[in-house]
Design a protein around this ligand. Sequence first.
Ligand SMILES: NC(=O)C1=CN([C@@H]2O[C@H](COP(=O)(O)OP(=O)(O)OC[C@H]3O[C@@H](n4cnc5c(N)ncnc54)[C@H](O)[C@@H]3O)[C@@H](O)[C@H]2O)C=CC1
Ligand SMILES: CC(=O)[C@H](N)C(=O)O
Length: 344
Amino acid sequence: MQTAVLTEDLEFEFEERERPTPASDEVLVEMTDVGICKSDVHYWEHGKIGEYVVEDPLLLGHESAGVIAAVGDDVEGLDIGDRVALEPGIVCGTCEHCRRGEYNLCPNVDFMATPPFDGAFAEYVVWPANLAHVLPDSVSQVEGALCEPFAVGLHATRRGSVGHGDTVAILGGGTVGSVTMEAARAAGATDIIVADIVDSKLERAEEHGADATVNVREGDFAATVDEYTDGRGADVVFEATDSEPDVEALIDAARRGGTVVMIGLADEATVEVDALEIITNELDVLGSFRDANRYGPAIDLLAEGAADIEWIADFTEPLANVKEAFERAHDDDDAIKGMISIGE
Ligand SMILES: NC(=O)C1=CN([C@@H]2O[C@H](COP(=O)(O)OP(=O)(O)OC[C@H]3O[C@@H](n4cnc5c(N)ncnc54)[C@H](O)[C@@H]3O)[C@@H](O)[C@H]2O)C=CC1
Ligand SMILES: CC(=O)[C@H](N)C(=O)O
């Protein structure tokens, strides 16, 4: 089968590999669609993220969907031909976090496209059957692949306890900010303010339901939220940029007793914080990392039409053009999400 490998020299090479065979609890999936995450672009550009270093050839791509081509002997409830989204983290199931149900915090996770674990830029992937989520007819393959970032947004809105009638402010209108907007709306938020530094991102957010936007190169995030809410502030504020977090702005944008949820993983995130602002305003400042048990809700919301995420995918290239696709994902500030299509 064909694969696109990122070499130790950070070049893409096409490599013919043997088609894998599923173990008894696995499925063989013929891949169709894989999203390009900014983490993939970061590995291609820098060869590392934090402690994870590309030391051996690596398959990128962890936002993936395909069609089941074979099932292991012990697999129940999945059949050849089922269209599936693959949840990318294989967790240990036995650590404290797994047992608590917060398996996104499992320290023993093997996460797709995170060295040394391969991702989905391949014609076929074998994957644990319990991490292959069947897509109903009304959910497309692209949406299936985008369930990964959508699950991140659903987890973040759950962390922030977004509720009916809430006002939500989101700093960052890229993939994570956009799916968080969709997740917040589905959770009942009625007013959503999105901020970015790229006007086209803000236009896209407005087209898809943002009630107010601000380019923080020209305007002030907290002041915009303040004005929109008549001085009250947002119930929940999300940080979804890839820049050093402006924690002061996040805190200022939250109402007294409100919540700040930090999702963005900047290379440099050591910041000064006025703790008294947090204490005297009784703010909850939370982190949000990946997701646990959000694929089911993600698929249900998409199937019901309660959220729309396909709009974030703005270009698709075949696996053969993976380098061009990465160049565009890197260079084109107007593009939110690039997709790789695999196979026919
Ligand atoms: N905590 C988690 O579970 C996850 C975190 N991430 C992280 O979230 C961050 C965002 O990821 P994506 O949305 O995929 O990236 P992206 O590149 O699609 O979006 C980032 C957006 O932030 C905007 N931006 C950059 N600096 C800004 C600033 N100072 N103020 C306002 N907007 C600004 C950019 O213009 C862009 O639209 C990344 O750091 C990524 O690593 C991604 C996935 C999961
Ligand atoms: C941080 C990422 O972008 C990625 N989704 C991951 O969970 O590793």
